[in-house]
Design a protein around this ligand. Structure first.
Ligand code: NAD
Ligand code: UFG
Length: 333
């Protein structure tokens, strides 16, 4: 299929482009480079061994998006583009609502006008807020305990897409709720490259291991978890990317909006992550325990059985694989 990949030079989008091409699809990448670099395109082309179409444009710019849809007969859209830093979204709520909501509305209007009816949307486990039950199923309650504007944009965009499907059943809408993506492509050519101080655990651990940062701050060790530190469901980004290909190839098979958790189903603590990374890298990762981070929850992991049953997809790589790949990438950045 000819697939518009918005935010396709970003962390998850770039890995998905590789897997789309490996499965015989034709991605067309759009990105405004707000949180990515043009050089990722060359690296992608090196991995797949052919040219990839890239259009630099901002999805909030209606005229550019209209031109884009006039130029390419897309079969489907995978919509990754958006701002994603939780803390920044608290400091700059308007920027987050404007970018994430507007870009999606502009995109959906262009899709409507050009009769493109298949969309896969990057949602997040953040829509579950503070979970009252674990593991999280797709039917678990959403919206209670979301603590930041970024999370609300995901919740609101899920609603907008659900309303669109309700208004016109010829749309095929898939919402993919990612748990915690980590790792990098095994080539070491693409991975996550946060600018400034990393917000997320793995990039921080990586930078401590390589000596760029002195020590990790572990945000609390008094949660009700296996060792008191936060528990999450870490999924290798290549597994996540493959989940998009499965979602694409099954789009339209659902009676209503297709909602899928993309996770491993395993909860892992911060201390377990540190140990796994030390093993994979052969480096030590010094840490100190500090206060809890505001807005954090104790534990969050998926019931991933629906994606297996309906999409034929499941995560295959281990935490160790992810740490090894992340370490290879970190040494190349
Ligand atoms: P990323 O920042 O690496 O990629 C997003 C890309 O979108 C960037 O390249 C950025 O330049 C681009 N972009 C942003 N606004 C744009 C606009 N208006 N027009 C065009 N391009 C724009 O993020 P990622 O980690 O690859 O995440 C991809 C998607 O998955 C995001 O929607 C994110 O919210 C969601 N998600 C990510 C995680 C995670 O932990 N990484 C977890 C759950 C959901
Ligand atoms: N942590 C630390 N020290 C750090 C960073 C994180 O101890 O320097 C801990 C956190 O307290 C948490 C765990 O490591 O227990 C994971 O934290 P991340 O920031 O890596 O991930 P979160 O689960 O908090 O958030 C991520 C994404 C969100 C997304 C959410 C749910 O950043 O965008 O997963 O999918 F919404």
């Amino acid at each position: 299929m000819k697939v518009l990949v918005t935010g396709g030079l970003g962390y998850i989008g770039s890995h998905t482009v590789v897997e789309l091409i490996a499965s015989g699809h034709e991605p067309i990448i759009v990105d405004n480079l707000a949180n990515s670099k043009q050089s990722v395109l060359n690296r992608l082309q090196k991995i797949v061994g052919k040219d990839i179409v890239f259009e630099k444009l901002d999805l909030t710019d209606k005229d550019s998006v209209e031109k884009l849809f006039t130029s390419y007969p897309f079969d489907a859209v995978i919509h990754f583009a958006g701002h994603k830093a939780v803390g920044e979204s608290v400091a700059k709520p308007l920027e987050y609502y404007r970018n994430n909501i507007d870009s999606t509305l502009v995109l959906l209007e262009a899709m409507s006008k050009h009769n493109v009816k298949n969309i896969i949307f990057s949602s997040s486990a953040t829509v579950y807020g503070n979970p009252s039950e674990l593991p999280l199923e797709e039917t678990s309650q959403t919206g209670i305990g979301i603590t930041n504007p970024y999370g609300w944009t995901k919740y609101m965009l899920e609603q907008i897409l659900t309303d669109l499907k309700a208004s016109d059943d010829s749309y095929n809408v898939t919402l993919l709720r990612y748990f915690n993506p980590i790792g990098a492509h095994s080539s070491g050519l693409i991975g996550e490259d946060p600018s400034g101080l990393p917000n997320n655990l793995l990039p921080y651990v990586q930078q401590v291991a390589i000596g760029k940062l002195e020590k990790l701050k572990v945000f609390g060790n008094n949660y009700d978890t296996i060792d008191g530190t936060g528990v999450r469901d870490y999924i290798h980004v290549v597994d996540l990317a493959k989940g998009h290909v499965s979602a694409l190839e099954n789009i339209g098979n659902q009676n209503s909006v297709g909602i899928y958790n993309l996770g491993t189903g395993n909860g892992v603590s911060v201390l377990e992550v540190i140990k796994a990374f030390e093993n994979a890298s052969g480096k030590s990762v010094p840490y100190e325990v500090v206060d809890r981070r505001p807005g954090d929850i104790a534990a969050c992991y998926a019931d991933a059985s629906k994606a297996k049953a309906e999409l034929g997809w499941q995560a295959e790589k281990t935490l160790q694989d992810a740490c090894k790949d992340a370490w290879r990438w970190q040494q190349n950045v």
